[in-house]
Ligand binder design. Structure first.
Ligand code: CMP
Length: 138
């Protein structure tokens, strides 16, 4: 079934100049970009987006990291998009990520891990709507 997932290239990816290389991997893996923009999250945006993690010890650092510079947000379409995108990006911790995955190639650490990928169809829809209005989605 063709479905959609949501991704963000996180601030470390833009700081290191990896935007083009990561988008190339995404395109080569067969994902179609149906929405995309560069933007910067406010503290309130990040606290809302990551609300499920608010009790975790890394929450403050996560909000600081995700707001320190611009991100690239995108909605991607492909057969089995959510699961296949998580395979493409690899494990949260780049030390555990498989060879050739985006996090293995481009992540800095478990906390600065280069990219986000939605973990379910429901969250893909919620997260996509958080960043894009209907008119921004092709
Ligand atoms: P992601 O899985 O996309 O969403 C939660 C983020 O919290 C995660 O990526 C990391 O950027 C960050 N994070 C920081 N420390 C940890 C940790 N110990 N475990 C999981 N996620 C962490």
């Amino acid at each position: 079934v063709t479905n959609r997932t949501f991704t963000m290239l996180k601030p470390d990816s833009l700081e290191k100049g990896n935007t083009g290389a990561i988008l190339e991997k995404i395109n080569m893996a067969g994902f179609k970009i149906v929405a995309m923009k560069q933007t910067q999250m406010s503290k309130r945006d990040a606290e809302t987006f990551y609300a499920v993690h608010r009790e975790r010890p890394f929450f403050g650092d996560l909000v600081e990291y995700m707001t320190r510079g611009p991100i690239v947000a995108a909605i991607l379409e492909k057969e089995n998009a959510v699961e296949d995108f998580r395979t493409l990006i690899g494990a949260t911790n780049p030390e555990d990520a498989a060879d050739g995955t985006i996090r293995k190639l481009f992540a800095t650490s478990i906390s600065e891990n280069a990219v986000h990928g939605s973990d379910s169809n429901e969250n893909a829809s919620i997260e996509g709507s958080f960043h894009f209005s209907g008119r921004e989605i092709y």
